[in-house]
Design a binder for this molecule. Structure first.
Ligand code: GDG
Length: 445
């Protein structure tokens, strides 16, 4: 079946496949609202899609296949499908609440996410999650089968869909398939914690792609080591000879749309917002922190590092603020709820301990901030404080640096973020060492 989008005969069409679409549907006052999705995957792919207007772009059309973020009542599926295609060039894969429980909240976010970020103690090993993971990957394969044309290029994204490349390759051996993992790939010692059948199927699933990409050389090496030790495939310079095909494994660090941030100060609303920030804070130095709520992001360590700074250097009280934006994420999962509680307790505790009538050390915002005010914060921040315990790349670090057109500002970056491989000029810290975070802040100030 064809999507109905009219592409010229010689144009290649890119089919992006990811769990989430660039929009999320929410029900508000009985109406379904299409809201922009947040997170690194959508930012990263969105930046790439913006380059397709260029006449030299290898592909000029795209479609995006994914889950619309909630269960859609059957009688509204047609309307959602039509609007998704018309306004977002997207094709929704509808999943039931039960599927999302076992697949998304279960295998994706309680098994793979913690394990691949080296939080093995948070990892759940539930057979029902695994069964549903396979089932949902099959559903995505059917969605691709419905629209694929012989000259399409398929780009599958992230840990939710690791079985899909093999399924698509078996269905349509001639379609070129790329797979990109946005999170770290773990070492063999961690990966082998997955039961034998799961780890084997995941590797075989990924090796259905013609090209498998990772953010860093280390993740790529860990993957190659796992394919060798678990499946017995040797590689030559990242090429694996499989029965009937060659798989290329590559390091492809994801970037950002530099110009969007480097020219942001020219946007009047952003300039106005910066004016307001300047008026509010004057000469007080701003330490900026922006993340989705996630235990991998080291938000607590950051708070404790800031507290230690104030303890070690009381003269800084009144002269510095930590401006912390935390975007709600995966709110239904227990560890995330606990993390939110701990963050809020610590923000309250530190503000209570050091705050005065006219100075609050931490300005905490728990919500999504639109692009303009967020970028005004990047531009106004004196220090970008990025302290993940483990992070595939971390685009926030890159966005902060790209915004610093006047070259004033310091990035403090965790050695556990993939971005550290490219941003070696930052002050690099180990987020597990609170004293080191405090010392880095002092140096940056
Ligand atoms: C995954 C991997 C990898 C955040 N808050 C707001 C907002 N954001 C935007 C940022 C940035 C993106 O979301 C976050 O990207 P990160 O890379 O920092 O983190 P994850 O969401 O965990 O992304 C990560 C990434 O995929 C790409 O492969 O780097 O390692 O975990 O672009 O600007 N945007 C707006 N308001 C917010 O409040 N507008």
């Amino acid at each position: 079946m064809d999507s109905g989008i009219n592409t010229g005969p010689q144009r290649k069409r890119l089919i992006i496949v990811s769990n989430r679409l660039p929009f999320t549907i929410r029900e508000e006052e009985g109406e379904l609202q299409f809201i922009e999705s947040t997170g690194g995957l959508v930012t990263g792919i969105g930046s790439y899609l913006d380059t397709l207007d260029n006449a030299d772009a290898p592909v000029t059309e795209h479609l995006w296949i994914g889950w619309p973020g909630t269960t859609i009542p059957e009688n509204q599926e047609t309307a959602v499908r039509e609007r998704a295609l018309r306004d977002f060039r997207s094709i929704p894969v509808f999943l039931s609440t039960g599927d999302m429980e076992n697949f998304y909240h279960g295998f994706c976010n309680k098994t793979i996410w913690p394990l691949f970020h080296s939080f093995s103690m948070y990892t759940a090993f539930e057979d029902s999650y695994w069964q549903n993971y396979r089932y949902v990957n099959e559903r995505f394969c059917e969605a691709i089968a419905d629209i694929a044309r012989p000259d399409d290029i398929i780009w599958i994204n992230d840990y939710h869909l690791m079985l899909l490349p093999r399924m698509v390759k078996t269905m349509t051996p001639n379609l070129p398939i790329g797979f990109f993992l946005h999170i770290p790939f773990p070492t063999y010692e961690i990966f082998r914690l997955l039961p034998g059948k799961w780890r084997q199927e995941i590797l075989e699933g990924l090796l259905g792609a013609d090209l498998v990409g990772f953010h860093t050389y280390d993740y790529m090496q860990y993957f190659l080591q796992c394919t060798m030790r678990i499946l017995g495939y040797e590689h030559t310079l990242g090429q694996i000879q499989m029965p009937g095909m060659i798989v290329q494994v590559k390091t492809l660090p994801m970037g950002i749309e530099y110009k969007k941030f480097s020219t942001a100060a020219n946007i009047p609303e952003i300039a106005d917002e910066m004016g307001i920030i300047k008026k509010t804070f004057g000469d007080v130095k701003i330490i900026l922190s922006v993340d989705r709520l996630d235990y991998t992001k080291g938000i607590l360590n950051r708070l404790l590092g800031f507290e230690r700074l104030l303890q070690n250097s009381p003269d800084l009280c009144g002269k510095v603020v930590l401006c912390m934006v935390v975007v709600p994420s995966r709110v239904d999962i227990e560890h995330y709820e606990q993390m939110k509680k701990q963050i809020e307790e610590n923000v309250g505790r530190i503000n209570g301990k050091f705050g005065t009538l006219n100075w609050r050390p931490i300005i905490y915002q728990y919500r999504y901030i639109p692009f303009n005010p967020l970028t005004a914060l990047y531009l106004s921040g004196d220090i970008g404080l990025v302290t993940p315990l483990r992070d595939g790349m971390n685009l926030v670090a890159k966005e902060f640096v790209a915004s610093k057109l006047n070259k004033l500002g310091v990035l403090i970056l965790s050695e556990m973020a993939g971005a550290v491989k490219e941003l070696g000029e930052a002050i690099i810290i180990n987020p597990n060492n609170i004293e080191e975070i405090a010392a880095a802040l002092k140096e940056a100030l």
